[in-house]
Design a protein around this ligand. Structure first.
Ligand SMILES: C[S@@+](CC[C@H](N)C(=O)[O-])C[C@H]1O[C@@H](n2cnc3c(N)ncnc32)[C@H](O)[C@@H]1O
Length: 155
């Protein structure tokens, strides 16, 4: 598979998993967290599928498309290892969806904090494996190869 094809499949997997996650949590109240704003592409996709949700974003820097930068009250700026504990304190057990688009090592480092953020039945969609106590792995949407993206539900 060419690098271009691999990139396209990763983007398709991201779209499909965000859409599945949005369906799964649609009846659960509360704001959504986007860990890794980057260019804002996945933020924009979440916003399209959950237009009425408050979305808080996290990144060490803001370098997104201007259309994809929320107001200052919805930005956690800084190293995720420092900002996430504040978020856990503020949102503990109330988040219906967290999307994590960070590197695999960072995801491994923060995985144990994800269940503390989620409400019962809340969903985590992650770019790399985030196996941890309190998260149950969910089936991926059709067409998404195992290991390309990850979906979890709070236990
Ligand atoms: C793959 S990009 C996110 C892409 C984005 N979701 C999009 O669709 O445009 C990862 C982002 O995570 C941020 N990031 C990576 N490690 C981080 C860390 N330890 N703390 C805070 N932000 C981090 C990077 O600055 C980068 O913007």
């Amino acid at each position: 598979m060419s690098r271009l094809e691999s990139h396209i499949r990763r983007c398709q997997a991201q779209c499909a998993c965000i859409e599945r996650a949005a369906e799964l949590m649609s009846e659960l109240p509360g704001p959504v967290l986007e860990l890794g704003l980057g260019n804002g592409r996945t933020y924009s996709h979440i916003r399209e599928h959950l237009p009425d949700r408050e979305i808080y974003v996290f990144d060490r820097q803001i370098a997104a498309h201007p259309d994809c930068i929320p107001d200052d009250d919805h930005i956690f700026l800084g190293e995720i290892t420092e900002t996430l504990p504040w978020a856990v304190e503020r949102f503990a057990g109330t988040i219906p969806l967290v999307h994590v688009d960070l590197g695999p090592e960072v995801i491994r480092e923060i995985a144990a904090q994800i269940p503390s953020l989620l409400c019962p039945g809340g969903i985590a969609a992650t770019q790399a494996e985030a196996e941890t106590e309190g998260l149950v792995s969910l089936e991926l949407p059709e067409g998404v190869a195992p290991g390309r993206y990850f979906l979890y539900r709070a236990d």
